[in-house]
Design a protein around this ligand. Structure first.
Ligand SMILES: *Cc1c(COP(=O)(O)O)cnc(C)c1O
Length: 366
């Protein structure tokens, strides 16, 4: 039996009837735009992350962009973010007119906090850590630095729904936190979606205006805004799926534990490093090996899918050539790009499947 990288059927089939019934209700009531479904989900998701306010937005990228804009970040400003992340972290900064300033990563794959201070200039407005692969970044140290320089912290929580830092869920560690509901995320819609969380009423209001044409009351527009609302159908689906998030994260953590146990004795592999004061929700289970491409090919020949997150760090992407970086600027991010491999992990993956993947990896090295 082939092993998929992510099997959405195992997530969706058990709740399909409930979702179909909900869609049928929406068709009967025609509540497609910013209906009570969106508000209900905003309340449920923000409660789940102990945040006061949630503002549903059309995608994770847009949630990041509007978060930056709500904080007044734009042309001439600089925002510090890690070199190893999904491109959207950087594009959100670019869309505002600000410049992404990159820092290298530590061996937990998150931004290396020792590299932040020397990147701060008079134009720096914010630090944008990413809780990459589902493990919270060194948020406390980042917030300390931000305080010293009067900067804002925006969390890219797009891979970290339900992850915790010192017992506290990600989402309110900084001023605003952006989440994505792309279908493959730990909490995914059936299409695009996102949300921004904050404890500030003022920022929540700004985000609401920004996502909805800058409208403060019907047909009154105080500033130019966008059409970047969370779709009501997606919100209704997310309301159903949110009830399962904790269980799904547990299943990811159990699969990760199995991988760690079964792969522990292979000196050729570097397993994910975790920090003890935070809970990793394993959006991805990422190993490192010098034989990455050959291993991926071998797994593929056995019907086992794997992934690569991400093959090209931000500073070596064509779209960021204007930042004038070169190979060697961020050695860890570059090493990761050449050596990382993401193994199948998703809620419902069986012990048997994880064991099959591990056996294949052991066979490759024997
Ligand atoms: C998925 C993701 C995004 C973008 O979210 P979309 O909903 O796809 O726009 C941003 N940052 C990170 C780290 C992501 O994984």
């Amino acid at each position: 039996m082939p092993i998929k990288f992510l099997d959405l059927n195992r997530i969706h089939q058990p709740i399909k009837n409930e979702i179909v019934e909900e869609l049928s209700n929406i068709i009967d009531t025609n509540g497609y735009i910013l209906s009570d479904k969106v508000e209900e989900f905003e309340n449920n998701f923000s409660n789940h992350h102990q945040a006061k306010f949630g503002v549903g937005i059309s995608s994770g990228t847009s949630a990041l962009e509007l978060s930056l804009r709500a904080l007044g970040i734009g042309q001439g400003d600089e925002v510090i973010l890690p070199a190893n992340t999904f491109i959207a972290t950087a594009s959100a900064v670019t869309f505002t007119g600000a410049k992404p300033v990159l820092a290298d990563c530590d061996d937990c794959y998150n931004i290396d906090v020792t590299q932040i201070r020397n990147r701060i200039t008079s134009r720096t407005k914010a630090i944008l850590p990413v809780h990459l692969y589902g493990q919270p970044a060194d948020t406390e140290e980042i917030i300390e630095i931000a305080k010293d320089y009067d900067l804002d912290v925006i969390e890219d929580s797009c891979q970290a729904h339900g992850a915790k830092y010192k017992e506290k869920p990600v989402g309110t560690l900084g001023k605003i936190s952006a989440f994505s509901f792309y279908p493959g995320k730990n909490l995914g819609a059936m299409g695009d979606g996102g949300i921004a969380l904050t404890n500030s009423q003022e920022l929540a209001d700004k985000l609401k205006f920004l996502r909805n044409y800058g409208q403060t009351q019907k047909y009154h527009h105080e500033f130019p805004g966008y059409n970047k609302r969370l779709d009501a159908i997606q919100a209704a689906i997310l309301n159903i799926k949110l009830k399962h998030l904790d269980q799904w994260n547990k299943e990811r953590q159990q699969a990760a534990k199995l991988y760690n146990e079964q792969l522990a004795n292979l000196p050729q592999l570097t397993l994910p490093k975790t920090k003890p004061d935070r809970s990793h929700v394993y959006h991805l289970f990422v190993i490192q090996t010098q034989d990455r491409d050959k291993l991926a090919e071998f797994l593929n020949s056995k019907g086992i899918d794997s992934g690569l997150h991400y093959p090209i760090p931000i500073h070596l992407q064509k779209s960021y050539s204007y930042l004038n970086h070169k190979k060697g600027d961020f050695p860890n991010a570059e090493k990761f790009a050449n050596q990382i491999l993401s193994l199948p992990i998703f809620p419902g993956i069986t012990t048997e499947e994880v064991t099959t993947v591990c056996k294949a990896i052991k066979e490759f090295y024997s």
